[in-house]
Design a protein around this ligand. Sequence first.
Ligand code: SAM
Length: 222
Amino acid sequence: MGCGTGALCAAILDRCSPSSAIGVEPSEGFLKTAKENLGHRATLHQGSATAIPLGDASVDVVVSGLVLNFVPDQPAALKEMARVSAGRGTIAAYVWDYAGKMELMRHFWDAAAALDPLAAKLDEGPRFPLCKPEALEQLFTSAGLKGIEVKPIDIPTLFRNFDDYWQPFLGGQGPAPAYAMSLEEAARARLRDRIRERLPFSANGSVSLIARAWAVRATVAP
Ligand SMILES: C[S@@+](CC[C@H](N)C(=O)[O-])C[C@H]1O[C@@H](n2cnc3c(N)ncnc32)[C@H](O)[C@@H]1O
C-alpha cells in the first residue's frame, strides 16, 4: 500500500518469496518507476489506501511502509486494508519516529525552529501525530484488529563528516530540503552552523545517528 518506487515490494520479494505481490500507489510517476524497478515480479495498480482496487478478502498480508501518516483519513484506510485482507490475515505498517529518534530530521528541525518560529509549522514531528507508538496502537485498536504489536526499528545512520550529513538537505526532496533551500544564503548558513554545533561528532569527525521507525502489526479478526 503506497508502494512508491517499489523499495518495500522489492525487499518483500527478495526476502519473503511470496506467491504473488501487488503494489498499490496513487502517483503515476512513482508507479512508472516501480514498474521499471520491479518488472514482472509484482502486479502494480493505481489506487489509494482508502480505495484499494482489490476484492474483499483477496490477500493474506497488507503492508505499508512510510505511508500511513500521509493518508488524510487513517481510520478509513485501516478499514479498507482490513476489507481486502483474508480473515486472520496480517496488516502491518511502519512510520518514521519524526518527533523522537528519527535523529537526522530532529537535529534539522530543532535547529530550524530555534532560529525561525515559522519552521516549526513544517516539522513532521508535530505535523504527524500518528507517528507515535500509542497513536498507532489506538488506530489499529479502533479498526477492530487483534494481537496488536508495536515495536521500534532502529537503523544506524553513519555520516562520514558534516558535509555527508548536510548535502542531502541541499538538493533532496521533502519538507526539510525544501525549507533549507527556501532560505537566503546567510540564513541557511546560520542553520547549518547551529546544526553543526549540536551534532554528536566522534573524534574522527563522523556522526553516528539513529533513524527510528515505529512498526505495528495486527491480525484481522476472522
Ligand atoms: C515515503 S513514500 C514510501 C514509498 C514506499 N512504501 C517505500 O517504502 O519506498 C510514501 C508513499 O505514500 C504514497 N501515498 C501518499 N498518500 C497516499 C494514500 N492516500 N494512499 C496510498 N499511498 C499514498 C506516496 O505517493 C508515496 O509513494
